[in-house]
Design a binder for this molecule. Structure first.
Ligand SMILES: C[S@@+](CC[C@H](N)C(=O)[O-])C[C@H]1O[C@@H](n2cnc3c(N)ncnc32)[C@H](O)[C@@H]1O
Length: 305
């Protein structure tokens, strides 16, 4: 099995880094920028800032996906960066987070209604207002969706975290823009029009994958640690058992003739989990924040296909 090392470097323009790819052994003059895809220019950008979002890697994933004969299935939707870059004709998008799926559904059903509710949040935004909305529990699906998007855009780092009672508990962040110049709620609605949106566990949506379909799975990252001979699992809502369950579901989908692309932590335990059935690539994101080399970030992840 050949393991290629791919570097994805870019200056951060929002989250959309320009991606340059090269194998680790290639001479520098062979470095070629990946073609900029028209889909990035013409499709609406993700409307959520989401932890672990794959906007920075979406060109590479679009390239790997090539053309999709059947349905596109994304069981860990989050901000949907890859879905928005791919714009597949037929798609099943799912996530275990009911508020997230409700927001996608609300945009699809009535983008204008959602926009008018967001305008109200924008006009009233302040520290006091943020905390009052954080404790507010609307019953109407549109108000729930507008609250979710408002909190996502104004909370600390776009983080989504709930306490044991399921209440959102992220503090206010530094950003105050509820509406952005790049928002195009009607285009989002049109794109989601023919999409199946499901709230549930990844296994249910992956079980639907058949010959010709493409599954893109971007789960929460969990790794298995081996400390002093003891196997320790890191505490996470997505356990090591879930990682095994995911691998098994993906192997079954592959056996049924579906194509599979997965991202995960580039950790020995994850490589061991996948290497028998899939091809592994290391992908590295290097970014210089605010043009300062002192704030250089380097993130290495695994691309499995
Ligand atoms: C890393 S994020 C996905 C980010 C996404 N690819 C993007 O570009 O924004 C992982 C997502 O998995 C979801 N998730 C966690 N456990 C899940 C489960 N058992 N089944 C389905 N989704 C799950 C979380 O709610 C979260 O939205």
């Amino acid at each position: 099995m050949q393991t290629a090392l791919l570097h994805c470097c870019g200056s951060l323009i929002g989250d959309a880094a320009r991606v340059v790819a090269r194998t680790i052994d290639a001479p520098a003059f062979m470095e070629q920028p990946l073609p900029i895809r028209v889909s990035h220019i013409s499709s609406p950008p993700p409307f959520l800032k989401w932890a672990g979002g794959k906007r920075w890697l979406s060109d590479r994933i679009v390239e790997l996906a090539n053309s999709i004969a059947g349905k596109y299935i994304e069981p860990f939707l989050g901000g949907g960066a890859v879905f928005f870059a791919l714009k597949p004709g037929e798609a099943l998008l799912s996530d275990v987070n009911p508020e997230l799926i409700n927001a996608y559904r609300a945009i699809r059903s009535d983008p204008n209604k959602l926009y008018s509710l967001l305008r109200i949040h924008q006009a009233r935004h302040s520290k006091e207002y943020y905390y009052s909305i954080r404790t507010y529990r609307p019953r109407c699906e549109y108000r729930k969706a507008a609250r979710f998007i408002y909190l996502n855009r104004t909370c600390w780092n776009g983080l989504y975290r709930v306490n044991l009672s399921g209440q959102f508990n992220v503090p206010i962040g530094t950003k105050s823009a509820v509406l952005m110049p790049t928002d195009d709620w009607s285009a989002l609605s049109a794109l989601l029009n023919s999409v199946q949106l499901i709230c549930g566990d990844f296994e249910d949506s992956i079980a639907q994958a058949k010959e010709g379909d493409l599954v893109f799975a971007d789960p929460p990252y969990t790794v298995k640690h081996n400390l002093n001979g003891f196997i320790k699992y890191n505490d996470s809502l997505f356990s090591w058992c879930d990682q095994i369950r995911l691998r098994d579901a993906l192997v079954s989908a592959k056996c049924r003739g579906a194509r599979v692309i997965v991202t995960n932590a580039n950790h020995e335990s994850i490589r061991d989990l996948y290497r028998r059935h899939f091809r592994l690539e290391s992908v590295v994101r290097e970014s210089v924040l605010a043009g300062s080399p002192a704030h250089r970030g380097r993130y290495e992840e695994l691309l499995i296909s």
